[in-house]
Ligand binder design. Structure first.
Ligand SMILES: NC(=O)C1=CN([C@@H]2O[C@H](COP(=O)(O)OP(=O)(O)OC[C@H]3O[C@@H](n4cnc5c(N)ncnc54)[C@H](O)[C@@H]3O)[C@@H](O)[C@H]2O)C=CC1
Ligand SMILES: O=C(O)C(=O)COP(=O)(O)O
Length: 531
Protein backbone atom coordinates (compact mmCIF):
# COMPACT_ATOMS: atom_id res chain seq x y z
CA UNK A 1 0.00 0.00 0.00
CA UNK A 2 1.36 3.41 -0.93
CA UNK A 3 0.99 6.33 1.44
CA UNK A 4 0.81 10.06 0.70
CA UNK A 5 3.01 12.25 2.86
CA UNK A 6 3.25 16.05 2.86
CA UNK A 7 6.46 17.79 3.96
CA UNK A 8 6.09 21.29 5.42
CA UNK A 9 8.26 23.85 7.23
CA UNK A 10 11.43 23.35 5.19
CA UNK A 11 12.21 20.03 6.74
CA UNK A 12 15.65 18.81 5.63
CA UNK A 13 15.90 17.07 2.20
CA UNK A 14 17.03 13.88 3.95
CA UNK A 15 13.39 13.46 4.87
CA UNK A 16 12.48 12.96 1.20
CA UNK A 17 15.35 10.55 0.73
CA UNK A 18 14.43 8.48 3.76
CA UNK A 19 10.76 8.28 2.75
CA UNK A 20 11.68 7.29 -0.80
CA UNK A 21 13.85 4.48 0.51
CA UNK A 22 10.73 3.20 2.23
CA UNK A 23 8.71 3.34 -0.99
CA UNK A 24 6.87 6.58 -0.15
CA UNK A 25 7.12 9.57 -2.53
CA UNK A 26 6.54 12.61 -0.32
CA UNK A 27 5.26 15.93 -1.60
CA UNK A 28 7.01 19.09 -0.43
CA UNK A 29 5.13 22.38 -0.16
CA UNK A 30 6.52 25.70 0.94
CA UNK A 31 4.81 28.92 1.91
CA UNK A 32 1.26 27.61 1.64
CA UNK A 33 -1.34 30.04 2.93
CA UNK A 34 -3.71 28.78 5.63
CA UNK A 35 -6.49 28.23 3.08
CA UNK A 36 -4.17 26.46 0.65
CA UNK A 37 -2.98 24.12 3.38
CA UNK A 38 -6.56 23.30 4.42
CA UNK A 39 -7.31 22.31 0.83
CA UNK A 40 -4.03 20.54 0.21
CA UNK A 41 -4.08 18.39 3.33
CA UNK A 42 -7.26 16.48 2.52
CA UNK A 43 -5.59 13.56 0.75
CA UNK A 44 -2.55 12.91 2.89
CA UNK A 45 -1.89 9.99 5.21
CA UNK A 46 0.94 11.81 6.94
CA UNK A 47 2.33 15.33 7.37
CA UNK A 48 5.75 16.39 8.62
CA UNK A 49 6.06 19.73 10.43
CA UNK A 50 8.59 21.68 12.46
CA UNK A 51 7.49 24.58 14.67
CA UNK A 52 6.13 26.89 11.99
CA UNK A 53 2.90 25.06 11.10
CA UNK A 54 0.15 25.08 13.68
CA UNK A 55 -1.85 21.88 13.55
CA UNK A 56 -5.26 23.04 14.75
CA UNK A 57 -8.50 21.07 15.23
CA UNK A 58 -9.79 22.80 12.08
CA UNK A 59 -6.78 21.69 10.03
CA UNK A 60 -7.21 18.15 11.35
CA UNK A 61 -10.88 18.25 10.38
CA UNK A 62 -9.84 18.99 6.79
CA UNK A 63 -7.37 16.10 6.82
CA UNK A 64 -9.79 13.28 6.17
CA UNK A 65 -7.17 10.62 5.48
CA UNK A 66 -4.59 11.70 8.02
CA UNK A 67 -3.09 8.94 10.14
CA UNK A 68 0.05 10.53 11.50
CA UNK A 69 1.51 13.97 12.21
CA UNK A 70 5.28 13.85 12.48
CA UNK A 71 7.17 16.61 14.28
CA UNK A 72 10.75 16.80 13.03
CA UNK A 73 11.92 18.03 16.42
CA UNK A 74 10.87 17.96 20.06
CA UNK A 75 8.26 20.54 21.04
CA UNK A 76 4.70 19.74 20.00
CA UNK A 77 2.99 22.81 21.38
CA UNK A 78 2.10 23.75 17.79
CA UNK A 79 0.09 20.53 17.47
CA UNK A 80 -3.30 20.07 19.10
CA UNK A 81 -2.65 16.57 20.43
CA UNK A 82 -6.08 16.22 22.03
CA UNK A 83 -7.79 17.01 18.74
CA UNK A 84 -5.49 14.58 16.93
CA UNK A 85 -6.21 11.88 19.51
CA UNK A 86 -9.94 12.40 19.12
CA UNK A 87 -9.56 11.95 15.40
CA UNK A 88 -7.44 8.84 15.87
CA UNK A 89 -4.40 10.57 14.40
CA UNK A 90 -1.03 9.57 15.79
CA UNK A 91 1.35 12.36 16.78
CA UNK A 92 5.04 11.57 16.93
CA UNK A 93 8.22 13.53 17.51
CA UNK A 94 11.95 12.90 17.41
CA UNK A 95 12.88 13.42 21.03
CA UNK A 96 16.66 13.44 20.83
CA UNK A 97 17.71 14.42 17.29
CA UNK A 98 18.31 18.07 18.14
CA UNK A 99 19.39 17.75 21.78
CA UNK A 100 23.09 18.45 21.22
CA UNK A 101 22.48 21.38 18.88
CA UNK A 102 20.09 23.05 21.29
CA UNK A 103 22.43 22.44 24.22
CA UNK A 104 25.30 23.97 22.25
CA UNK A 105 23.19 26.97 21.32
CA UNK A 106 22.29 27.43 24.99
CA UNK A 107 25.95 27.32 26.01
CA UNK A 108 26.68 29.84 23.26
CA UNK A 109 23.99 32.12 24.67
CA UNK A 110 25.43 31.85 28.19
CA UNK A 111 28.87 32.85 26.92
CA UNK A 112 27.49 35.54 24.61
CA UNK A 113 25.62 37.07 27.55
CA UNK A 114 28.68 36.96 29.81
CA UNK A 115 30.91 38.68 27.28
CA UNK A 116 28.40 40.96 25.57
CA UNK A 117 29.35 39.40 22.26
CA UNK A 118 26.31 40.40 20.14
CA UNK A 119 26.29 43.99 21.39
CA UNK A 120 30.02 44.47 20.90
CA UNK A 121 29.91 42.89 17.43
CA UNK A 122 27.25 45.38 16.46
CA UNK A 123 29.32 48.23 17.89
CA UNK A 124 32.49 47.32 16.04
CA UNK A 125 30.65 46.74 12.77
CA UNK A 126 29.15 50.19 13.02
CA UNK A 127 32.64 51.66 13.33
CA UNK A 128 32.74 51.91 17.14
CA UNK A 129 35.31 50.71 19.70
CA UNK A 130 34.16 50.73 23.31
CA UNK A 131 36.17 48.21 25.33
CA UNK A 132 35.10 49.57 28.71
CA UNK A 133 31.38 49.36 28.02
CA UNK A 134 31.58 45.71 27.09
CA UNK A 135 33.55 44.50 30.09
CA UNK A 136 32.29 40.97 30.84
CA UNK A 137 32.35 38.34 33.56
CA UNK A 138 33.80 34.82 33.67
CA UNK A 139 31.41 31.94 33.97
CA UNK A 140 34.07 29.98 35.85
CA UNK A 141 33.11 29.39 39.51
CA UNK A 142 29.65 30.83 38.95
CA UNK A 143 26.45 28.94 39.73
CA UNK A 144 24.29 27.84 36.81
CA UNK A 145 20.69 26.97 37.71
CA UNK A 146 19.06 24.56 35.27
CA UNK A 147 15.28 24.39 35.33
CA UNK A 148 14.34 21.10 33.64
CA UNK A 149 17.05 18.48 33.87
CA UNK A 150 15.88 16.52 30.82
CA UNK A 151 17.87 15.72 27.72
CA UNK A 152 18.94 19.26 26.84
CA UNK A 153 19.35 20.30 30.47
CA UNK A 154 21.72 17.37 31.03
CA UNK A 155 23.84 18.19 27.95
CA UNK A 156 24.08 21.86 28.96
CA UNK A 157 25.16 20.70 32.42
CA UNK A 158 28.03 18.58 31.09
CA UNK A 159 29.30 21.34 28.84
CA UNK A 160 29.10 24.19 31.33
CA UNK A 161 30.73 22.08 34.05
CA UNK A 162 33.74 21.95 31.73
CA UNK A 163 33.76 25.74 31.90
CA UNK A 164 34.10 25.41 35.67
CA UNK A 165 30.48 26.26 36.52
CA UNK A 166 28.78 24.85 39.58
CA UNK A 167 25.48 23.42 38.29
CA UNK A 168 22.33 23.07 40.38
CA UNK A 169 18.96 22.00 39.02
CA UNK A 170 15.27 22.15 39.75
CA UNK A 171 13.19 19.38 38.20
CA UNK A 172 10.53 17.67 40.29
CA UNK A 173 10.49 14.70 37.92
CA UNK A 174 14.24 14.09 37.63
CA UNK A 175 15.67 11.19 39.58
CA UNK A 176 18.32 11.66 42.28
CA UNK A 177 20.45 9.03 40.48
CA UNK A 178 20.45 11.06 37.27
CA UNK A 179 21.40 14.24 39.13
CA UNK A 180 24.10 12.40 41.05
CA UNK A 181 25.59 10.88 37.92
CA UNK A 182 25.76 14.37 36.40
CA UNK A 183 27.29 15.83 39.56
CA UNK A 184 24.33 18.18 39.94
CA UNK A 185 22.61 19.15 43.16
CA UNK A 186 18.82 18.94 42.89
CA UNK A 187 17.29 21.87 44.75
CA UNK A 188 13.92 23.49 45.29
CA UNK A 189 12.90 26.23 42.87
CA UNK A 190 13.26 28.97 45.52
CA UNK A 191 16.80 27.91 46.28
CA UNK A 192 17.69 27.81 42.60
CA UNK A 193 16.28 31.27 42.02
CA UNK A 194 18.08 32.66 45.05
CA UNK A 195 21.51 31.21 44.39
CA UNK A 196 22.01 31.12 40.61
CA UNK A 197 24.21 33.58 38.72
CA UNK A 198 22.79 32.19 35.50
CA UNK A 199 19.44 30.48 34.96
CA UNK A 200 18.57 28.47 31.88
CA UNK A 201 15.20 26.79 31.30
CA UNK A 202 14.77 23.47 29.52
CA UNK A 203 11.17 22.50 30.17
CA UNK A 204 8.08 22.50 28.00
CA UNK A 205 5.72 25.46 28.36
CA UNK A 206 3.07 24.28 30.80
CA UNK A 207 0.71 25.84 33.33
CA UNK A 208 3.52 25.41 35.87
CA UNK A 209 6.35 26.85 33.78
CA UNK A 210 4.48 29.72 32.12
CA UNK A 211 5.72 33.01 33.60
CA UNK A 212 8.11 31.16 35.90
CA UNK A 213 10.19 34.32 36.15
CA UNK A 214 8.39 37.67 36.23
CA UNK A 215 8.29 40.85 38.27
CA UNK A 216 6.33 38.89 40.84
CA UNK A 217 9.17 36.46 41.45
CA UNK A 218 11.84 39.17 41.14
CA UNK A 219 12.58 39.42 44.84
CA UNK A 220 13.46 35.71 44.94
CA UNK A 221 16.25 36.13 42.36
CA UNK A 222 19.93 36.53 43.13
CA UNK A 223 20.72 40.12 42.16
CA UNK A 224 22.25 40.47 38.71
CA UNK A 225 21.32 36.99 37.48
CA UNK A 226 21.51 36.31 33.73
CA UNK A 227 18.61 34.46 32.12
CA UNK A 228 18.62 32.18 29.08
CA UNK A 229 15.58 30.69 27.35
CA UNK A 230 16.15 28.26 24.49
CA UNK A 231 13.08 26.21 25.43
CA UNK A 232 9.73 27.86 24.85
CA UNK A 233 8.62 31.49 24.71
CA UNK A 234 6.66 32.67 27.74
CA UNK A 235 8.55 30.72 30.42
CA UNK A 236 10.01 34.11 31.32
CA UNK A 237 7.24 36.71 31.20
CA UNK A 238 8.36 38.68 28.15
CA UNK A 239 6.70 41.99 29.03
CA UNK A 240 8.41 42.07 32.46
CA UNK A 241 11.95 41.57 31.15
CA UNK A 242 12.97 45.21 30.51
CA UNK A 243 11.83 46.23 34.00
CA UNK A 244 13.56 43.26 35.62
CA UNK A 245 16.77 44.49 33.99
CA UNK A 246 16.24 48.20 34.62
CA UNK A 247 15.47 47.59 38.29
CA UNK A 248 18.71 45.64 38.64
CA UNK A 249 17.24 42.23 39.40
CA UNK A 250 18.55 40.77 36.14
CA UNK A 251 21.75 41.69 34.34
CA UNK A 252 20.97 40.26 30.93
CA UNK A 253 18.59 38.00 29.04
CA UNK A 254 19.17 35.68 26.06
CA UNK A 255 16.13 34.54 24.13
CA UNK A 256 15.89 32.04 21.29
CA UNK A 257 12.14 31.49 21.58
CA UNK A 258 9.11 33.76 21.90
CA UNK A 259 5.51 33.41 22.98
CA UNK A 260 4.55 34.11 19.39
CA UNK A 261 6.85 33.47 16.43
CA UNK A 262 7.78 35.64 14.65
CA UNK A 263 7.31 37.92 17.70
CA UNK A 264 4.57 40.52 17.94
CA UNK A 265 5.44 44.21 17.53
CA UNK A 266 5.28 44.62 21.34
CA UNK A 267 7.84 41.86 21.83
CA UNK A 268 10.06 43.30 19.09
CA UNK A 269 10.06 46.54 21.14
CA UNK A 270 10.99 44.61 24.30
CA UNK A 271 13.93 42.81 22.74
CA UNK A 272 15.42 46.07 21.54
CA UNK A 273 16.63 46.47 25.15
CA UNK A 274 20.46 46.60 25.01
CA UNK A 275 20.77 43.89 27.61
CA UNK A 276 18.51 41.45 25.81
CA UNK A 277 20.18 39.35 23.16
CA UNK A 278 18.16 37.21 20.81
CA UNK A 279 18.19 34.63 18.03
CA UNK A 280 15.27 33.60 15.82
CA UNK A 281 14.55 30.11 17.24
CA UNK A 282 17.85 28.68 16.09
CA UNK A 283 18.41 26.06 18.81
CA UNK A 284 17.81 23.15 16.48
CA UNK A 285 18.98 24.88 13.32
CA UNK A 286 22.16 23.04 12.53
CA UNK A 287 22.82 20.80 9.58
CA UNK A 288 23.40 17.87 11.88
CA UNK A 289 20.23 18.27 13.94
CA UNK A 290 18.06 18.88 10.90
CA UNK A 291 19.42 15.84 9.10
CA UNK A 292 18.90 13.68 12.17
CA UNK A 293 15.34 14.77 12.90
CA UNK A 294 14.35 14.64 9.22
CA UNK A 295 15.62 11.12 8.78
CA UNK A 296 14.29 9.93 12.13
CA UNK A 297 10.79 11.26 11.51
CA UNK A 298 10.66 9.69 8.03
CA UNK A 299 11.65 6.30 9.46
CA UNK A 300 9.27 6.56 12.39
CA UNK A 301 6.33 7.63 10.23
CA UNK A 302 7.00 4.94 7.63
CA UNK A 303 7.10 2.35 10.40
CA UNK A 304 3.87 3.70 11.90
CA UNK A 305 2.04 3.81 8.57
CA UNK A 306 3.14 0.24 7.90
CA UNK A 307 2.17 -0.66 11.50
CA UNK A 308 5.66 -1.98 12.17
CA UNK A 309 6.57 0.20 15.14
CA UNK A 310 5.25 3.28 16.87
CA UNK A 311 8.47 4.66 18.29
CA UNK A 312 8.18 8.31 19.18
CA UNK A 313 4.38 8.35 19.40
CA UNK A 314 2.99 10.81 21.92
CA UNK A 315 -0.64 9.79 22.00
CA UNK A 316 -2.37 6.42 21.94
CA UNK A 317 0.04 5.11 24.59
CA UNK A 318 -0.87 1.52 24.00
CA UNK A 319 -0.65 1.57 20.22
CA UNK A 320 2.99 0.52 20.29
CA UNK A 321 1.82 -2.84 21.64
CA UNK A 322 -0.03 -3.76 18.48
CA UNK A 323 3.21 -4.87 16.89
CA UNK A 324 3.91 -7.25 19.78
CA UNK A 325 3.19 -10.80 18.58
CA UNK A 326 2.12 -11.97 22.03
CA UNK A 327 -0.49 -9.22 22.35
CA UNK A 328 -1.97 -9.42 18.84
CA UNK A 329 -4.30 -12.39 19.46
CA UNK A 330 -5.58 -10.84 22.69
CA UNK A 331 -6.24 -7.58 20.86
CA UNK A 332 -8.26 -9.46 18.25
CA UNK A 333 -10.33 -11.38 20.73
CA UNK A 334 -10.89 -8.28 22.88
CA UNK A 335 -12.14 -6.25 19.93
CA UNK A 336 -14.47 -9.01 18.75
CA UNK A 337 -15.75 -9.51 22.29
CA UNK A 338 -16.40 -5.77 22.63
CA UNK A 339 -18.29 -5.82 19.35
CA UNK A 340 -20.38 -8.80 20.46
CA UNK A 341 -21.01 -7.43 23.96
CA UNK A 342 -22.32 -4.09 22.73
CA UNK A 343 -24.73 -5.89 20.40
CA UNK A 344 -26.01 -7.94 23.33
CA UNK A 345 -26.37 -4.87 25.55
CA UNK A 346 -29.65 -3.02 25.73
CA UNK A 347 -29.69 0.54 24.43
CA UNK A 348 -28.12 3.18 26.66
CA UNK A 349 -25.93 0.74 28.53
CA UNK A 350 -22.90 2.68 29.69
CA UNK A 351 -21.75 0.85 32.79
CA UNK A 352 -19.20 -1.85 32.02
CA UNK A 353 -16.63 -3.93 33.82
CA UNK A 354 -13.78 -5.67 32.00
CA UNK A 355 -12.03 -8.58 33.67
CA UNK A 356 -8.71 -9.97 32.49
CA UNK A 357 -7.41 -13.25 33.87
CA UNK A 358 -4.26 -15.16 33.08
CA UNK A 359 -1.35 -14.02 30.91
CA UNK A 360 -3.45 -11.40 29.09
CA UNK A 361 -3.97 -9.50 32.36
CA UNK A 362 -0.67 -7.69 31.97
CA UNK A 363 -1.95 -6.07 28.79
CA UNK A 364 -5.19 -4.88 30.40
CA UNK A 365 -4.75 -1.26 29.36
CA UNK A 366 -4.45 -1.88 25.63
CA UNK A 367 -7.06 -4.64 25.78
CA UNK A 368 -9.53 -2.18 27.25
CA UNK A 369 -8.78 0.14 24.32
CA UNK A 370 -9.42 -2.79 22.01
CA UNK A 371 -12.72 -3.80 23.65
CA UNK A 372 -13.83 -0.17 23.45
CA UNK A 373 -12.79 -0.03 19.81
CA UNK A 374 -14.94 -3.09 19.16
CA UNK A 375 -17.88 -1.57 21.04
CA UNK A 376 -17.68 1.89 19.55
CA UNK A 377 -16.98 1.09 15.94
CA UNK A 378 -20.63 0.05 15.81
CA UNK A 379 -21.80 3.44 16.97
CA UNK A 380 -19.38 6.21 16.10
CA UNK A 381 -19.31 7.63 12.62
CA UNK A 382 -15.63 8.58 12.85
CA UNK A 383 -13.05 5.83 12.53
CA UNK A 384 -12.39 4.45 15.99
CA UNK A 385 -8.93 3.08 16.68
CA UNK A 386 -6.72 2.29 19.63
CA UNK A 387 -5.68 5.94 19.80
CA UNK A 388 -9.10 7.49 20.20
CA UNK A 389 -11.28 4.68 21.62
CA UNK A 390 -11.07 5.98 25.19
CA UNK A 391 -11.82 9.53 24.10
CA UNK A 392 -15.05 8.39 22.46
CA UNK A 393 -15.88 6.20 25.45
CA UNK A 394 -15.47 9.18 27.77
CA UNK A 395 -17.53 11.39 25.46
CA UNK A 396 -20.33 8.87 25.66
CA UNK A 397 -20.16 8.76 29.43
CA UNK A 398 -19.02 5.13 29.59
CA UNK A 399 -18.15 4.00 33.11
CA UNK A 400 -15.49 1.32 32.97
CA UNK A 401 -14.07 -0.78 35.74
CA UNK A 402 -11.07 -2.99 35.02
CA UNK A 403 -9.97 -5.91 37.14
CA UNK A 404 -7.00 -8.18 36.62
CA UNK A 405 -6.19 -11.62 37.98
CA UNK A 406 -3.02 -13.49 37.17
CA UNK A 407 -4.71 -16.91 37.14
CA UNK A 408 -7.89 -18.44 35.71
CA UNK A 409 -9.73 -21.53 36.86
CA UNK A 410 -10.56 -22.77 33.40
CA UNK A 411 -8.64 -21.28 30.49
CA UNK A 412 -5.11 -19.95 30.18
CA UNK A 413 -6.58 -16.54 29.46
CA UNK A 414 -10.03 -15.17 29.87
CA UNK A 415 -11.46 -11.79 29.00
CA UNK A 416 -14.89 -11.00 30.40
CA UNK A 417 -17.13 -8.07 29.59
CA UNK A 418 -19.78 -7.37 32.21
CA UNK A 419 -22.82 -5.38 31.17
CA UNK A 420 -24.03 -3.70 34.33
CA UNK A 421 -27.62 -2.55 34.62
CA UNK A 422 -30.75 -4.12 33.17
CA UNK A 423 -29.44 -6.53 30.57
CA UNK A 424 -30.63 -9.97 29.50
CA UNK A 425 -27.03 -11.05 29.12
CA UNK A 426 -24.64 -9.87 31.79
CA UNK A 427 -21.24 -11.58 31.61
CA UNK A 428 -19.66 -12.65 28.35
CA UNK A 429 -16.25 -14.31 28.36
CA UNK A 430 -13.95 -15.16 25.49
CA UNK A 431 -10.52 -16.59 24.98
CA UNK A 432 -7.93 -17.44 22.34
CA UNK A 433 -7.92 -21.08 21.27
CA UNK A 434 -5.24 -20.89 18.63
CA UNK A 435 -4.13 -18.99 15.55
CA UNK A 436 -7.15 -16.89 14.43
CA UNK A 437 -9.41 -18.98 16.64
CA UNK A 438 -11.22 -16.75 19.08
CA UNK A 439 -14.20 -18.11 20.97
CA UNK A 440 -16.96 -17.14 23.33
CA UNK A 441 -16.60 -19.63 26.17
CA UNK A 442 -19.06 -18.49 28.79
CA UNK A 443 -22.20 -16.41 29.03
CA UNK A 444 -23.75 -15.69 32.42
CA UNK A 445 -22.17 -18.80 33.89
CA UNK A 446 -23.32 -21.08 31.03
CA UNK A 447 -20.52 -22.83 29.18
CA UNK A 448 -20.81 -21.97 25.48
CA UNK A 449 -18.24 -22.56 22.80
CA UNK A 450 -18.62 -20.63 19.59
CA UNK A 451 -16.18 -18.92 17.27
CA UNK A 452 -16.31 -15.14 17.49
CA UNK A 453 -16.99 -14.51 13.83
CA UNK A 454 -19.69 -14.13 11.24
CA UNK A 455 -23.37 -13.90 12.06
CA UNK A 456 -24.67 -15.26 15.33
CA UNK A 457 -28.10 -15.77 16.83
CA UNK A 458 -28.21 -15.84 20.58
CA UNK A 459 -31.26 -16.62 22.66
CA UNK A 460 -32.39 -17.92 26.00
CA UNK A 461 -34.76 -20.86 26.10
CA UNK A 462 -36.22 -23.51 28.33
CA UNK A 463 -34.18 -26.69 28.15
CA UNK A 464 -36.90 -28.89 26.66
CA UNK A 465 -37.07 -31.23 23.66
CA UNK A 466 -37.76 -29.70 20.26
CA UNK A 467 -36.43 -26.20 20.88
CA UNK A 468 -33.41 -26.55 18.66
CA UNK A 469 -35.44 -28.35 15.98
CA UNK A 470 -37.91 -25.45 15.95
CA UNK A 471 -35.18 -22.87 15.48
CA UNK A 472 -33.28 -24.86 12.87
CA UNK A 473 -36.58 -25.53 11.10
CA UNK A 474 -37.40 -21.82 10.98
CA UNK A 475 -33.96 -21.16 9.55
CA UNK A 476 -34.14 -24.00 7.04
CA UNK A 477 -37.48 -22.75 5.78
CA UNK A 478 -35.75 -19.53 4.83
CA UNK A 479 -32.84 -21.39 3.33
CA UNK A 480 -30.45 -20.21 6.06
CA UNK A 481 -27.72 -22.69 6.85
CA UNK A 482 -26.39 -23.26 10.38
CA UNK A 483 -22.57 -23.16 10.47
CA UNK A 484 -22.18 -24.27 14.09
CA UNK A 485 -23.95 -24.02 17.38
CA UNK A 486 -23.41 -24.26 21.08
CA UNK A 487 -25.86 -24.85 23.84
CA UNK A 488 -25.17 -24.05 27.47
CA UNK A 489 -27.39 -25.02 30.35
CA UNK A 490 -26.94 -25.00 34.09
CA UNK A 491 -28.83 -28.24 34.72
CA UNK A 492 -31.19 -30.60 32.94
CA UNK A 493 -34.60 -29.09 32.26
CA UNK A 494 -33.72 -25.58 33.46
CA UNK A 495 -32.83 -22.48 31.46
CA UNK A 496 -30.36 -22.61 28.61
CA UNK A 497 -28.54 -20.20 26.37
CA UNK A 498 -28.10 -21.14 22.74
CA UNK A 499 -25.71 -19.53 20.29
CA UNK A 500 -26.13 -20.38 16.62
CA UNK A 501 -23.74 -19.33 13.94
CA UNK A 502 -25.43 -18.87 10.55
CA UNK A 503 -23.99 -18.66 7.06
CA UNK A 504 -25.52 -15.34 6.04
CA UNK A 505 -26.51 -11.95 7.29
CA UNK A 506 -30.12 -11.93 8.44
CA UNK A 507 -32.73 -9.24 8.01
CA UNK A 508 -35.35 -8.30 10.62
CA UNK A 509 -37.91 -10.11 8.47
CA UNK A 510 -35.89 -13.31 8.54
CA UNK A 511 -35.51 -13.05 12.31
CA UNK A 512 -39.23 -12.69 12.89
CA UNK A 513 -40.21 -16.40 12.71
CA UNK A 514 -37.59 -17.22 15.32
CA UNK A 515 -38.66 -14.35 17.53
CA UNK A 516 -42.19 -15.73 17.43
CA UNK A 517 -41.23 -19.25 18.47
CA UNK A 518 -42.68 -20.30 21.76
CA UNK A 519 -39.93 -20.57 24.40
CA UNK A 520 -37.35 -18.41 22.65
CA UNK A 521 -36.52 -15.39 24.78
CA UNK A 522 -34.12 -12.47 24.53
CA UNK A 523 -33.24 -13.21 20.92
CA UNK A 524 -30.27 -11.21 19.65
CA UNK A 525 -28.77 -11.22 16.21
CA UNK A 526 -25.10 -10.30 16.28
CA UNK A 527 -23.12 -9.60 13.18
CA UNK A 528 -19.37 -9.80 13.51
CA UNK A 529 -18.92 -9.85 9.74
CA UNK A 530 -16.52 -7.26 8.38
CA UNK A 531 -19.28 -5.20 6.78
N1 LIG B 1 15.10 26.22 20.80
C1 LIG B 1 14.94 25.14 20.09
O1 LIG B 1 15.11 25.14 18.88
C2 LIG B 1 14.57 23.88 20.77
C3 LIG B 1 13.80 23.90 21.91
N2 LIG B 1 13.47 22.72 22.52
C4 LIG B 1 12.66 22.80 23.72
O2 LIG B 1 13.47 22.52 24.85
C5 LIG B 1 12.69 22.00 25.90
C6 LIG B 1 13.38 20.83 26.56
O3 LIG B 1 13.58 19.79 25.63
P1 LIG B 1 14.18 18.37 26.07
O4 LIG B 1 15.30 18.56 27.01
O5 LIG B 1 14.42 17.61 24.83
O6 LIG B 1 12.93 17.78 26.82
P2 LIG B 1 12.91 16.66 27.96
O7 LIG B 1 11.53 16.15 27.98
O8 LIG B 1 14.04 15.72 27.80
O9 LIG B 1 13.15 17.50 29.30
C7 LIG B 1 12.19 18.34 29.87
C8 LIG B 1 12.43 18.31 31.37
O10 LIG B 1 11.62 19.31 31.98
C9 LIG B 1 11.20 18.79 33.22
N3 LIG B 1 10.04 19.54 33.69
C10 LIG B 1 8.76 19.47 33.26
N4 LIG B 1 7.99 20.31 33.97
C11 LIG B 1 8.82 20.95 34.85
C12 LIG B 1 8.60 21.94 35.83
N5 LIG B 1 7.38 22.46 36.08
N6 LIG B 1 9.66 22.36 36.54
C13 LIG B 1 10.90 21.85 36.33
N7 LIG B 1 11.16 20.89 35.41
C14 LIG B 1 10.11 20.46 34.67
C15 LIG B 1 10.90 17.34 32.93
O11 LIG B 1 10.90 16.57 34.11
C16 LIG B 1 12.06 16.97 32.01
O12 LIG B 1 13.13 16.45 32.75
C17 LIG B 1 11.34 21.70 25.26
O13 LIG B 1 10.44 22.75 25.57
C18 LIG B 1 11.61 21.72 23.79
O14 LIG B 1 10.48 22.06 23.06
C19 LIG B 1 13.92 21.52 22.07
C20 LIG B 1 14.69 21.45 20.94
C21 LIG B 1 15.03 22.64 20.17
O1 LIG C 1 12.40 20.75 18.48
C1 LIG C 1 11.98 21.76 19.05
O2 LIG C 1 11.28 21.74 20.09
C2 LIG C 1 12.27 23.08 18.50
O3 LIG C 1 11.91 24.05 19.09
C3 LIG C 1 12.93 23.17 17.19
O4 LIG C 1 12.06 23.87 16.36
P1 LIG C 1 12.31 23.91 14.77
O5 LIG C 1 12.18 22.51 14.29
O6 LIG C 1 13.68 24.43 14.58
O7 LIG C 1 11.25 24.80 14.23
Amino acid sequence: MSFKVLLLDNVDPLCEKAFKERGIEPVRKTNLSGDELHKEIADYDGIVVRSATTVTPELLASAKNLKVVGRAGVGVDNIDIDAATTRGVLVMNTPDGNTISTAEHTCGMILALSRNIPQSVEKVKSGGWDRKKYMGTEVHSKTLGIIGLGKIGAEVTKRMQQFGMNVIAYDPFASREKAESLGVELVELEKLLGSSDYITVHTPLTEKTKGLISLESASKLKKGVRLVNCARGGIYKEEDLPELIDQGYVDGVALDVYSQEPPTDEVYEIIKHPKIICTPHLGASTEEAQEKVAEQIAQQMSDALEKKSFKGSLNGKSISLITNKEVQPYLEVAEKLGNLAIQLAPEHTSDFAFEYSGACAKYAEVLTDSILKGMLSQHVSEAVNLINARVYAEDRGFKIKETMASETKTFNDLITVKLNGKSDYKNISATVFGQDDYRIVEIDGYGIELRLEGDILMYQNLDKPGMLAAVSGALAEQNINIASLSLGRSQKGSNAITAVSVDKKMSDKELEPILNLDGVKSLRYISLSEN
